[in-house]
Design a binder for this molecule. Structure first.
Ligand SMILES: [Zn+2]
Length: 154
């Protein structure tokens, strides 16, 4: 590691310890050129989960974007921000467990819809109509009727 004081390339590690959460290691180094000490940190490189969009382009998973879609779908509905945050937390955990690097955007949409379905039927239909891009009014009505039937049996 290049010394920040004199630029010398060689040093020795005089102390090395893991951070409390175990996610990084702090090393105290002593320059073999000038003898001064400096600190370096070592982290695991975190790979962001990439979303494969419909047109094949990729972009990093953005929880704010998902949350914004949910907030919009839940406008004037009795769903708390906390519930939505929890939903996105859970989604993020699930995705990073099941997909190593890339996840199709469709997969995210389907999962969000499943969760939203349980949370609030109206918000679900709103979200679904944007996400699934209902091909026609009939499809949309069918979905609504299914929901009504579901509600009636409860
Ligand atoms: Zn030095």
């Amino acid at each position: 590691m290049k010394c920040p004081f004199c630029g010398h390339q060689e040093d020795k590690v005089v102390d090395s310890r893991a951070s409390a959460d175990g996610r990084s290691i702090r090393r105290r180094r002593e320059c073999l050129g000038c003898g001064k000490r400096f600190t370096t940190y070592e982290h695991v490189e975190e790979q962001p989960l990439m979303v494969i969009k419909k047109d094949g382009r990729r972009e990093p998973f953005d929880r704010h974007k998902v949350l914004a879609g949910l907030v919009k779908a839940c406008e004037k509905r009795p769903v708390g921000m906390e519930d939505l945050e929890r939903l996105v937390d859970e989604l993020e955990r699930e995705l990073s467990r099941q997909f190593e690097r890339e996840v199709p955007s469709r997969e995210i949409g389907e999962r969000v819809m499943r969760q939203l379905h349980a949370l609030d039927p109206v918000a679900y239909v709103r979200f679904a109509s944007v996400y699934r891009e209902f091909k026609d009014v009939e499809q949309f009505m069918r979905e609504l009727q299914e929901l009504r039937a579901l509600k009636a049996t409860k």
